[in-house]
Design a binder for this molecule. Structure first.
Ligand code: NAP
Length: 281
């Protein structure tokens, strides 16, 4: 048996087309979509990611502005910048790029992003609202996992879903999104005893850990659909997932890395920007 390939490229293309059409309508109405990206790092991976977001925005007819405060920026400078952008009526959505300078906490900074413009769901209020079932933007990666599952027609209601990883950007918000869709959700992490025993009961398994090929065939049961969120840099400059390719011999479905969650994440970030602009009209 070989698992079905749960690719995200087709879904991402459809999302981008929808975004471009809605962004054009907003432009024609004189209220163009504008995304502000705040950067305070000289990390190479981050620079690559920011460029890819800017490019994706431009392709979709969304204006993207980068405010680069440099790696020596203070928490005060970052907070003030976020407050100004939050108050700026011409800005639809705000992205706070990580990593932040040493000693500057993400949640404390993210509290300065207006919830209505928090298109990557980093403000703790956004996660709280999501948990309470009040309208809010989920972190794009967490939402991308759910959209990918739904796109491939995988049932969630009543199913056992196991998430490995409990970060604020993926595991925790994803648990809420899956609960909302009536899955029975288990969240595993680095202190989980006997990870394989926990993951083997999953009908839907999501790996969001950041460890190359941590999840092997012994973690997965026949019939499980596996979503791989991991993007671990390889020595040859490529990307490796958190799930070993051998899992494809056991699982019902497996999302590729790259080409799975990643492209959907970027497309959803743009979708959120358009939604924020539409609501602000
Ligand atoms: P993170 O903040 O480092 O969180 C990793 C989580 O994995 C933590 O909850 C940690 O547990 C858990 N963990 C670590 N080692 C473990 C082990 N041996 N067994 C079980 N759990 C373990 O990472 P993240 O930001 O969520 O990112 C996870 C991965 O997704 C990374 O590869 C990242 O690059 C990727 N990512 C991809 C996208 C995309 O668009 N495709 C977006 C964001 C992130 P503790 O909480 O106990 O420490």
């Amino acid at each position: 048996v070989t698992a079905a390939r749960l690719a995200g490229t087709e879904l991402a293309r459809a999302l981008r087309e929808d975004v471009a059409a809605r962004a054009a309508d907003l432009r024609a109405a004189g209220t163009p979509v504008r995304v502000a990206i705040v950067v305070a790092t000289d990390d190479g991976g981050s620079a690559w990611y920011v460029r890819s977001i800017v490019k994706a925005c431009e392709k979709a007819g969304i204006e993207a502005g980068v405010t680069d405060l440099g790696p020596a920026a203070t928490g005060g400078e970052i907070a003030t910048t976020l407050q100004k952008l939050s108050a700026d009526g011409s800005v639809s959505g705000i992205i706070l790029q990580t990593p932040l300078p040493p000693g500057v906490g993400l949640s404390a900074m993210a509290e300065n992003v207006d919830v209505a413009k928090d298109i990557d769901g980093v403000n703790p209020l956004s996660l709280g609202r999501l948990t309470a079932g009040v309208e809010a933007f989920a972190p794009a990666t967490a939402e991308a996992v759910v959209r990918l599952i739904e796109h491939h027609g995988i049932e969630l209601a009543g199913r056992d879903a196991v998430i490995v990883g409990r970060s604020l950007v993926v595991g925790k918000p994803l648990a809420q999104l899956l609960l909302e869709r009536n899955a029975t959700v288990t969240v595993a992490h680095s202190r989980t005893r006997d990870l394989a025993q926990v993951t083997q009961r999953a009908e839907v398994l999501v790996a969001a850990v950041g460890r190359t090929h941590l999840i092997g065939p012994g973690h997965v049961s026949a019939g499980t659909n596996v979503i791989d969120v991991g993007t671990n840099p390889t020595e040859d400059g490529g990307l490796a997932g958190d799930v070993s390719p051998d899992v494809a011999e056991v699982a019902a479905g497996l999302s590729p890395v790259p080409g799975g969650v990643g492209p959907v994440t970027t497309a959803l970030l743009l979708t959120h920007a358009v939604q924020a602009a539409e609501r602000a009209r």
